[in-house]
Design a binder for this molecule. Sequence first.
Ligand code: GLU
Length: 470
Amino acid sequence: MIRTRFAPSPTGFLHIGGARTALFSWAFARRHGGQFILRIEDTDLERSTQASVDAILDSMRWLGIDWDEGPAFQMQRLPRYRAVADQLIAGGHAYPCWASREELDTMRETQRAKGEKPRYDGRWRPERAMADGRVAPSDRAPVIRFRTPDHGTVGWNDLVKGPIEFPNAELDDLVILRADGVPTYNFGVVVDDLDMQMTHVIRGDDHVNNTPRQIHIFNALGAALPLFGHVPMILGADGERLSKRHGAVSVTQYRDEGYLPEALNNYLARLGWSHGDEEVFSMAQFIEWFDLQHVSRSPARFDTEKLDWLNQHYIQRADDTRLAHLVAPLLLAMQIDSAAGPKLSAVVALLKDRATTIQHLAQAATLFYVEPSMDQQQRVTHLNQTVRPALLALRTELAALAHWDRATLSAAIKKVLAETKLKMPQLAMPLRVLLTGREQTPAIDAVLELLGRDVVLSRLDRALAEVISS
Ligand code: GLU
């Protein structure tokens, strides 16, 4: 059974890059009828927060990336890491090291001065410590270091990048357990990937340099290796690594800016992976198509315009009631009570074709709930002598209509146009401005229908009264 995982560190929101890694790992498991496990790597005690855990879980739920096991928290597994470290010590693969920070600093400075690459020199390897007559101090606990092979190479066939190999001489004896018993990333990840029976480790390629160290630990434990696939990172439009400078980078921020989860998912799926020319597809379709061979080896560039285009696509196709539920709280935040106007689902139905985000949709919807006011300049421009008689005629027509629907309203407008010899824009524009305060609205008959007879007539009356009295 294929088992993959997503293992975020809860030191911030769920970043777009993290979400994409999660999506790929999840889709891979789902594609093969496997399992997807969520693990929280919370060993950075200073930077890990509950708020981040909550934000990560919220974001995953919102995107619909569901997990079969977890979340497992590393900090709840400390005894297990200690036990595995002891096992490695017993097998001669790890050893306690008492080197103090000052000592390590001096070591590195000396190496630098000699033009060497700074690295731990193995002074507490048991045979060396013994030969050098080093005695374990009793006043402090040691860290545990992994004994990296001195010679040879370590490599793997990366599922995305192909064969990768490192000379062991480049790797020093890394700390696997800190003095306080908290594992370092490279150790915790191996123990967990092993215990959680991971078959595939799919993660960002910022971890490529860690993989050789992890492979050594797997080997020392006599464990079979999982397969590794490292996904290239995401760059901003300027080619720099995607960061806050580029705008929204967290999933929650995209949600709050009015993106739909299906749009973000679809967008992220195509970021560094492709299936022919397919651009728009559902998650079910993505799962069916997803493979690691088609993950690009080079970094993907974030393209906000494309995301907006996808979001618009999904908004156009979204259910009106759902959109109304999303828009209502945004209106409320603008102190607008949508209950006191036309039905919100009818309003969004009319507006959704042109909205890029839910925020835009809410902004556009305000025209149906806010009393417009015209300034003097607008009155002079739009309510001129030619138009006034037509508006009066229209008022009379509208007041007498037996039905209030688009077709009837459109017929009434055409009748007035014929009588007054005006062209559609000559009447529609002033009507727009006086009814909504805007020059751009959906089709005028649709606007009239939604506003309703009472509102339309009273706004017409007020505007006409204002011109006459000014
Ligand atoms: N906690 C690591 C991170 O957030 C996980 C890396 C991995 O998947 O092994 O980058």
